[in-house]
Ligand binder design. Sequence first.
Ligand code: GAP
Length: 441
Amino acid sequence: MAGKMEDIVSLCKRRGFIWQGSDVYGGMAGTWDYGPLGVALKRRIMNTWWNYWVESRDDMYGVDAAIIMNPKTWEASGHTATFADPLVECGECHGRFRADKLVEGANESISTEEFKSHNVKCPTCGKVNWSDIRKFNMMFQTHVGPVDDDSSIAYLRPETAQGIFTNYKNVVDTIYPDLPFGLAQQGKAFRNEISPRDFVLRDRECEQMEIEYFIDPSTWEENFKMLHEQYHKFLTEEMGLDAEKIHDFEVAPEDRAHYSKHTIDIMFDYPNGQEELMGLAYRTDFDLGNIQKASNKSMEYIPKGGGDRFVPHVIEPSIGVERLLLAVLSCAYREEEKDGKKRTILALPEHLAPYRFCVSPLLKNKPELVAKAREVYDLLRKKYGNVTWDDSGNIGKRYLKQDEIGTPKCVVVDFDSLEDDSVTIRDRDTTEQVRVKIAEL
Ligand code: GAP
């Protein structure tokens, strides 16, 4: 049986994957903290992404830009003027909501007239007394330096993409890659979401993994197709997502972001319904063109084989780590009942599991078993790194705990191990147990 959202949230909390941010002070809406298992899973997802998209390709390079950027960045990118959501306020309880999220099928360009025609009740107090819609800019504003006036305003970046665009020239001037080439970045992005919701799906502080793929504009369709196909492969083969839960959604021109000429959102069937997992956008030369104008520096690329210089166009695949992590968790989570015994399994792909092995002595109070099990533990730790030790409770309870946190294999040292240097390995998914020589682990 697949898991409901509350089952996944409960497991994440109970086992130390994810907690509400600032939990001890009553929380901070839209922020999440990762515990020992959560950070291990998150890092593995991010490292797998980096390895797949950057390190194993000849046409991709990494950058890591500052979060606080010169505010001119957000003028040139259009975020200061247009990165806004439609906000309505209830005249009775003063609750504030995103208008498009209160009307089924609506999008961000919903008008006040259309919103009011639906007679939506306030989700908090149930009354119908709405303000007009006003645009609410989602960028977090701060002041840089000791002076607190308009000249010191800066923003926490709302997307990692601009840290790539602003370094495009540095990369071309230093390593001069062949076109097409991609620049990739992972990092935090901040959005003052009106209604953060659905666990980690819509956060105020999230982490993005973005690629800006610089191309000759005449090749945009083939490069869009290439990245689109490869992303489907990545999501299913590397992240273990069920293909039937992934859907392409072609975004209508009036719903596209201000910079995009063609967008496909890749949607995912989360436990609470279908939501955007990631986007693939043809950003044309919108960003480099604007940076060129605003900075007075040429963003043109000089073709290596000769020909006219030009400002490259861009295809952008952009994915949020939290949305990917939640998709991975919801595909991995299942509950099973066998011979009247229930168990919860997190059937994570082995390369994403927080621990690859759990090592235990059969009995905790037999020093010779503990010593042998420690030997095996040290050996596996040296070889694989992410190995855990568990000698709590009885062996059955240990298995159940490891199933729930996604450990693919449990290694148990028993009295025979002392004689024949072999151990029992129990498989998370099948529960089958096999005997293996320690040297073959
Ligand atoms: N650079 C393009 C860009 O930022 P976006 O559609 O606004 O485009 C890209 O965001 C991806 O980032 C989304 O598909 C989603 O995976 C993730 N994302 C965006 N806002 C988010 C939020 N508030 N919480 C969690 N993830 C978010």
